[in-house]
Design a protein around this ligand. Structure first.
Ligand SMILES: Nc1ncnc2c1ncn2[C@@H]1O[C@H](COP(=O)(O)OP(=O)(O)OP(=O)(O)O)[C@@H](O)[C@H]1O
Length: 384
């Protein structure tokens, strides 16, 4: 969808911002460009919508050499989100969002209807926020409007330059989550510039790690963390890259242990006997179709009666396909030695710290062997 062929940009003062860059972004793929300040990320991105012209080489978008296209028409096919959102202060949020459709000559009613739909998509209620002015929004909300505006004319390509850079870490993570959910639905071809390695790992289907004006490694986050191509990349991704892998490795059914099971209508005494026989201290409570009802401890079963009346709600759970990092977080939050893994309402098993470690090892080994990351990703989380 976006293809760089030996692209070099030299500024008039002699600075070589990018040097012989070649890479390709597939349709519907999100590629993050990450690297230290001044390494050429923004220059790379701005050559795609011709805000900067390359010195040599070719860039193709949708198979067409963009040098031959009218820049204004090209830009209408490319959404652009920047850190200083650049909303028009005297226009309402709704009109800001409708900017590009209006430029494209859409009828006012249609442009506004589309803008309302987009605000909704980025999590802003159009009735509440549409009539406001940008200064009446928080930084995170402004950022969302920036994304909505970029998507308004439904461009196939989205360029994002540090789109979540201007907000605090908590809001930032929230915006990233929302963006991933949205991207799973709209599947744009996205180039996203960031200097934050965590963000690059979290958001990218693949990531390009920049050295000075060059890409040092272009691969899935798992592969970059598991096998940095150069010393430089290893230093850049950091000594804690094992930890970062938690974000890109998914919980899979094969990682799970099966605790004893009790039925809600079963007598407490019978269930307690089974637990003792297995040397277990608790059981999951599942109904006949395998849906999770809760859990029950051996101590509670001493009270007698029916298991269903003694069971606790299961709070420590994650959907299958969730990143290990999320599972680990839930484990810590509930101070539990395990976390239940569900497929919809159906109970699949529990992830224990030992199994979490095994899963991490599996992903390191798989990447070392060059095996693709399977179904790892956030779409599966968003769908769950
Ligand atoms: N108009 C210009 N004239 C001369 N040099 C420039 C110009 N714009 C950028 N550069 C230089 O080109 C190099 C790459 O800049 P670029 O903005 O692409 O980096 P970046 O990786 O996006 O950095 P940052 O993360 O700080 O935004 C830098 O050395 C920068 O100083």
């Amino acid at each position: 969808m976006i293809r760089f062929e030996q692209v070099t940009k030299r500024y008039p003062d002699g600075t070589t911002a990018v040097d012989g860059l070649s890479f390709e972004v597939s349709e519907g793929e999100l590629v993050t460009l990450v690297g230290p300040s001044g390494c050429g990320k923004t220059t790379t991105m701005m050559m795609v919508n011709r805000l900067i012209e390359p010195t040599s080489g070719r860039i193709l978008v949708g198979g067409e050499d963009i040098a031959a296209l009218d820049p204004v028409r090209l830009r209408r096919r490319i959404g652009y989100v920047i850190q200083q959102v650049g909303l028009f202060p005297h226009r309402t949020v709704l009109d800001n969002t409708a900017t590009v459709p209006a430029l494209l000559g859409w009828k006012r009613a249609r442009a506004r209807a589309r803008a309302a739909e987009l605000l909704d998509l980025v999590g802003l209620d159009p009735a509440t926020y549409g009539p406001r002015y940008p200064e009446q929004l928080s930084g995170g909300q402004r950022q969302r409007v920036g994304v909505a505006r970029a998507l308004a004319a439904d461009p196939p390509v989205l360029l994002m330059d540090e789109p979540f850079g201007a907000v605090d870490p908590v809001v930032r993570e929230q915006l990233q989550d929302e963006f991933l959910r949205m991207q799973a639905a709209v599947r744009k071809t996205v180039l996203l510039v960031t200097h934050d390695i965590e963000e690059a790992v979290r958001l990218g289907d693949r990531m390009a790690v920049y050295g000075q004006g060059r890409i040092e490694q272009f691969d899935t986050p798992g592969a970059v963390l598991g096998g940095p191509a150069t010393e430089y990349v290893a230093a850049f991704v950091g000594a804690d890259r094992g930890l970062k892998r938690l974000s890109v490795t998914a919980v899979e059914p094969g990682d799970l242990e099966q605790p004893p099971v009790a039925r809600p209508d079963e007598s407490a005494g019978r269930a307690a006997g089974r637990l003792r026989a297995r040397g277990a201290r608790w059981a999951v409570v599942l109904d006949a179709s395998g849906d999770l009802h809760g859990w029950v401890g051996l101590d509670a079963l001493g009270a007698g009666g029916r298991v269903g009346d003694l069971a606790h709600r299961m709070n420590a759970w994650v959907p299958v396909g969730a990143p290990l990092k999320q599972a680990f977080g839930v484990m810590l939050q509930h101070d539990a030695g395990w976390v239940a893994v569900l497929d919809g309402a159906r109970f699949l098993g529990v992830l224990t710290p030992a199994k979490l470690h095994e899963a991490l090892r599996r992903s390191v080994d798989a990447d070392a062997r060059g095996v693709p990351r399977g179904q790892v990703g956030f779409d599966s989380v968003a769908d769950a």
